[in-house]
Design a protein around this ligand. Structure first.
Ligand SMILES: C[S@@+](CC[C@H](N)C(=O)[O-])C[C@H]1O[C@@H](n2cnc3c(N)ncnc32)[C@H](O)[C@@H]1O
Length: 455
């Protein structure tokens, strides 16, 4: 049977019971496989003083499959601290490597497995060692010698020749009675096969390099684990609520094809920047559903002015202004660039107008520029600016950059049609300071070319 799709639903524990019923109804209760507990923080503000309830520190991930046959790739989790302390207690003094002592006996005899393993040690010392040169035959003064047979009723797990090889490779250690044991190093073990309680992936808040500032961002390691275990290389990952694109980035990195869906233009802009920052311009993908013509843009502006605004700001690489801050009145977005003085950044202020525009809007923007001491102001409109608007804008003069030896108009008027034809803000190069939200760290992706998805 061909493997079918795996479905993961990530939910808040307070809603997981209802969502489980809903998922059962959609995918079939017989296709429910696992409830995964992700411990997303170690302490939470929920556990405030006086709250007569347990602090909530986990999320629930429900795992379903579409049919009885599904793809599974065994992935391993790190051993927990407690496990390591209990089972890998020994530490090699010279290398610092942790190891456990593995049994070298076997229940079944076979071949050369009933011999005495020869060991020696200096008299009065605790540590035994292999007597590979058979020194016991002509014993040295100050040394003691022993032949260790396998435990009663058992055999050695390896022939004498193999035991000698292990001893030469430093893989044999000894108990205080001289019994040989196999040295199993922690750093050579794959880890624990994936379990249903995940305590080893910390919250995004603790991952400064990864954090982009999107409120519901999840850690990449969480999505990587899900994708690695449930989707083959070259398979397709779909995240229909992809937010700032954690699933998309994890899938791209792991060489899976991907489809991300989000209703917010802000999220789409962020994902585009994140893909570029993580994988460079080589990351090949298509964006479907964004306006590609002025009439498309007009439709978006009519149906949802905020989405329109975010889409426009995304076209020029601007960061949306915080609408709630009073200080940002009249500012829809900003681009920050390095000014002439090292460490001092200048601001481009953007004002986006979906409807009618007139000279009053240019004057308002000029006022905002002065209030904010910004370098450049840009009015982006659907409609062509009037002659009066152009005259007013030209009267604002220029921002002069000594670094780039150039003048830039202080007030610029652009239309959506200009942006769609490739025109953009005339300003000094931003040199990586004007990206939307925070910059994503560079990553290497196996999936630089997605190929065509059947969309
Ligand atoms: C919880 S967030 C996802 C966060 C994501 N896992 C990440 O790491 O960034 C949910 C996302 O679903 C999007 N969303 C909400 N309703 C939607 C809908 N009807 N269609 C598509 N996306 C939607 C929201 O815009 C939001 O970005």
């Amino acid at each position: 049977m061909k493997p079918s799709a795996s479905i993961y639903l990530h939910c808040d524990p307070t809603a997981s019971h209802y969502l489980k019923l809903l998922m059962d109804a959609v995918f079939g209760v017989e296709n429910f496989r696992t409830e995964i507990i992700w411990k997303r923080s170690s302490a939470h503000s929920d556990a405030k003083q006086g709250r007569a309830q347990h602090g909530r520190i986990h999320d629930v991930i429900l795992f379903y499959t579409k049919t009885d046959a599904w793809f599974w790739n065994q992935v391993f989790m790190d051993y927990g601290r407690e496990y390591i302390d209990a089972f890998y207690r020994h530490i090699e003094p010279d290398t610092g490597r942790r190891y456990q002592m593995g049994d070298l006996s076997a229940a079944k005899p076979g071949g050369d497995t009933q011999y005495e393993w020869r060991v020696k040690r200096r008299t009065g010392q605790e540590e035994w060692q292999s007597d590979l040169t058979e020194e016991w035959k002509s014993p040295k003064k100050g040394w003691e010698y022993k032949g260790i047979p396998p435990y009663k009723g058992r055999s050695w797990a390896y022939s004498k020749a193999n035991m000698i090889e292990y001893a030469k490779a430093g893989r044999i250690c000894y108990t205080t009675t001289g019994t040989p044991r196999y040295k199993r190093y922690l750093d050579e073990m794959p880890g624990v096969p994936l379990q249903d309680v995940w305590t080893d992936i910390g919250p995004i808040g603790a991952r400064a390099a990864e954090r982009l500032g999107y409120p519901t961002q999840k850690p990449e390691a969480l999505l990587e684990r899900i994708i690695q275990s449930s989707c083959p290389e070259g398979g397709v990952v779909l995240d229909p609520f992809c937010g700032c694109g954690t699933t998309v980035v994890a899938a791209h990195k792991l060489g899976r094809r991907w489809i991300g869906v989000d209703i917010m233009q802000l999220a789409i802009n962020l994902i585009k920047n994140r893909l570029r920052d993580s994988f460079g311009e080589a990351a090949a993908y298509k964006v479907i559903g964004e306006p590609v013509s002025a009439p498309d843009a007009e439709r978006l502006a009519e149906s949802d002015p905020y989405q329109f605004q975010w889409w426009v700001l995304g076209l020029v690489g601007a960061r949306p202004a915080d609408q709630k801050k009073r200080a940002d009145k009249g500012v829809d977005g900003k681009i920050i660039f390095q000014g002439d003085t090292p460490g001092v950044f200048e601001t481009v202020i953007l004002s986006v107008k979906a409807g009618k525009t007139g000279v009053a809007h240019v004057r308002d923007l000029k006022g905002v520029l002065e209030r904010e001491a910004a370098a450049i102001g840009v009015l982006i409109s659907m409609r062509e600016p009037t002659r009066d608007m152009r005259t007013e804008a030209a009267a604002a003069g220029f921002y002069e950059s000594a670094t780039w030896g150039r003048k830039y108009p202080r007030l610029q008027l652009l239309t959506v049609a200009d942006l769609l034809s490739g025109k953009t803000v005339d300003m000094p190069p931003i040199r990586q300071v004007g990206v939307t939200f925070k910059k994503a760290p560079k990553a290497s992706g196996k999936g630089d070319s997605q190929g065509d998805l059947p969309l």
